[in-house]
Write a protein that binds this ligand. Structure first.
Ligand code: ZN
Length: 346
């Protein structure tokens, strides 16, 4: 195999590893969603894996198990530096050495001191290690939430809101169901499935009485459900609320600020949080600069009056407007999905 052929095989393997990491987003916290591919000595893919739920094997272990003896003299391609610590599972760096892998290609170096040192341990044992292949793509992909959470010691926050074309989430009489169509609502269930927890304020919980579960397109409940969180400082949530049913675990929090809520959730291993409403809670997060990403579903309807999609941000002049950057736009049936990032967030 020529060097160019080997490099090409590693690029394809890394693209596959990135997709494997994406496939387990929302299922691995507090561990990172990692993907791994093992190439035999001749460059043939012989094993692949993704991080299992906590307590299960890391991506490298799953990929090595599938590769078996064919890993010997081969290359492991992973989205995050293999761990060097013994957590609930043994160090992946040692497993790679035991499997006789000759080369390890890594996208992102391990940012936590607890798990770092894997690349060095491999190099010390004579394994060729390359760090940085597709690093930007990996950091912007499945690992983005986990990297932010590790850096800031709080969950990454995705704010999702469905509104009319004039930015209303409910009509003047308070009615708000089915603002958007079926395709947009399905997209919300997919988005929820990538998150560890979903949060609403008590106002939304009382007015809309949402169940906040992840349902498959056929209407059945998904096997894995995010933690449902209701911020209820004044005990407004009725015991009959659907969010308190047994379809998924629920936390009722009296945390006085958005930051304290995030600290409480981080302690519960939440690394990626979906903020679903309503306007008051969204405004509290935005005012504190605690929204990392926004997913806005706009329906082609007008109300002219009603509840705005976000509450008071304390902004009185156009010069103080909170600006966001559009990162993606997509059609969801008749609705439009706009993905944005508040400026100043990386
Ligand atoms: Zn590991």
């Amino acid at each position: 195999m020529t060097a160019a052929t080997a490099a090409w095989a590693e690029r394809i393997a890394m693209a596959r590893a990135l997709a494997l990491g994406e496939s387990v987003l929302g299922a691995t916290s507090p561990n990172p969603p990692v993907g791994a591919v093992v190439l035999a000595a001749d460059g043939t893919p012989v094993g692949e894996g993704a991080t299992a739920p906590p307590g299960g094997p890391h991506a490298e272990i799953a990929a090595l198990a599938e590769a078996g003896e064919r890993a010997r003299g081969g290359t492991a391609v992973v989205t995050l530096e293999p761990c060097a610590h013994t957590g609930r599972t043994g160090p992946c760096a040692d497993a790679l050495l035991a499997a006789g892998v000759a080369r390890v290609v890594i996208a992102v170096p391990e940012p936590t001191s607890r798990a770092a040192g894997g690349a060095q341990r491999l190099r010390d044992s004579g394994v060729q290690v390359e760090v940085g292949l597709e690093r930007a793509a990996a950091e912007a992909g499945a690992l983005a939430s986990w990297l932010t959470a590790v850096r800031e010691h709080r969950p990454y926050v995705v704010w999702k809101v469905a509104a009319t074309l004039d930015g209303r989430v409910a009509a003047a009489d308070g009615s708000s169901r089915w603002v958007t169509g079926a395709e947009a609502r399905e997209a919300v269930h997919r988005l929820r499935s990538t998150c560890d927890a979903v949060v609403v304020g008590s106002g939304t919980a009382v007015t809309d009485d949402p169940q906040l579960t992840v349902r498959r397109p056929d209407g059945t409940d998904a096997a894995r459900q995010p933690l449902r969180v209701v911020v209820d400082r004044r005990g407004r949530l009725p015991r009959t609320a659907r969010v308190l049913d047994d379809a998924a675990p629920t936390l009722v929090s009296a945390a006085p600020t958005a930051a304290e809520l995030l600290a409480e959730l981080y302690d519960r291993d939440v690394r990626r949080l979906l903020l679903e409403g309503g306007p008051t809670l969204a405004a509290a997060f935005l005012r504190e600069g605690l929204v990392d990403e926004a997913v806005l579903h706009l329906a082609p309807t007008l109300l002219g009056a009603g509840t705005p999609l976000v509450g008071d941000l304390g902004i009185t002049s156009i010069t103080g407007a909170l600006s966001l950057t559009v990162t993606d736009v997509a059609r969801r049936g008749q609705d439009v999905e706009i993905r944005l990032r508040p400026d100043g967030r990386s």
